[in-house]
Design a protein around this ligand. Structure first.
Ligand SMILES: [Fe+2]
Length: 354
């Protein structure tokens, strides 16, 4: 259960961080030293830099940050091999974290602090990576066009009543690959195949754009249902741009697969996370940084700024997210999303999911 809690301590946290300058770009030289850690991050600098500055302030350890797209950073790690200066890879989706591990780009680390802070389902069982923030991929529906009573599970979106009414992005996107992997895990390959085919038949249009585009298409009347990650909707709701905020206000969140609905396994969730690289030469400093990122203060700030849920229990959630209420998350080990990624991709391809 994702709890709603008081936001008082969260608000008091935000002010000092906001005051920290965001202007520093990619560090020029990355090298091994006792008081340094090198971070390859697929998350935007503004979403992580203030936390890194706080870490440096607390520990005296300098963090050199390189940001880039997840795929490009994975490729870079591969190209650099054992000479890579990177100590930590920060990226979204268990599918990506698993890809890094399967490609031999990561190594295990052990930390009692991380183990105590992060539920085992959100960590690699071999200790190569840990989740840092949690996102859900629920059903979003256009208010007034769909009644929540018509919704129940992901599986039920296969019903012909949704023909021409669903917007969802392409199968090339890891978020959908992980969603389908979770359906394979729950229902088996055959049922998941039939489900994917039915979803393709129910699509309002061939997949295009990102998650925000699905929400906007729904708000614009092209479909009644959008599948999207929660932080996109949160970001749109918090935006000053009416082009973002107005479409977001037209949709509501429905938590599928809650107890009593279908198998009641919970709504599909995923993480952003951190892996220790295979080439890490600043291992101690890297583990210290990861431990810092799962501390209650970091968790509250990181989740708030990213519009995500903390992975650590007992940490406040953003008021925007709190408005959507509490939900049960699928407790599938996220490692399974990585392991079933290939099967999910093949299945979507066979289903004609563009
Ligand atoms: Fe995303």
């Amino acid at each position: 259960m994702i709890p709603i809690r008081s936001r008082a301590h969260l608000l008091s946290l935000r002010a000092p961080f906001a005051a920290i300058c965001l202007a520093i770009a990619v560090a020029p030289a990355l090298a091994a030293a006792d008081d340094e850690v090198n971070l390859y991050s697929a998350r935007k600098e503004a979403l992580i830099k203030p936390l890194l500055d706080r870490f440096t302030e607390d520990t005296g350890i300098t963090v050199n940050l390189v940001t880039g797209k997840a795929d490009a950073l994975l490729q870079r790690l591969k190209n650099e091999g054992p000479n890579s200066p990177a100590d930590i890879l920060l990226t979204v989706d268990a599918g990506n974290l698993h890809r890094a591990k399967a490609g031999g780009l990561t190594q295990s680390f052990s930390s009692e602090i991380v183990d105590a802070a992060v539920p085992a389902t959100y960590r690699d069982p071999d200790g190569h990576w840990t989740g840092l923030s949690l996102r859900a991929r629920p059903i979003m529906y256009v208010k007034g066009k769909v009644e929540p009573s018509q919704l129940s599970t992901y599986e039920a979106l296969a019903d012909p009543q949704w023909q021409g009414r669903i917007c969802i992005r392409s199968s090339s996107n890891v978020y959908n690959q992980s969603l389908v992997a979770s359906i394979i895990a729950a229902d088996g390959t055959e049922a998941a195949q039939a489900w994917a085919e039915a979803i393709v038949a129910n699509m309002a249009r061939p997949p295009k754009g990102g998650d925000r585009d699905q929400i906007k298409a729904a708000a614009a009347g092209q479909c009644d249902i959008a599948i999207a990650n929660t932080y996109y909707l949160a970001g749109m709701l918090k935006s000053d741009d009416p082009g973002e905020k107005e479409p977001a206000e037209k949709v509501a969140v429905f938590w599928p697969n809650q107890p009593g609905a279908g198998d009641g396994r919970g709504t599909h969730v995923n993480v952003s996370g951190a892996a220790l690289t295979a080439a890490a030469s600043n291992k101690d400093a890297a583990v210290k940084l990861i431990e810092f990122l799962v501390s209650p203060e970091s968790q509250a700030w990181y989740a708030e700024v990213n519009g995500e849920y903390p992975v650590r229990e007992g940490v406040e959630i953003s008021p925007v997210l709190a408005e959507w209420g509490t939900f049960e998350a699928d407790d599938l080990d996220l490692i399974e999303l990585g392991e079933l990624n290939g099967a999910a991709l093949m299945l979507m391809d066979r289903a004609g999911w563009k």
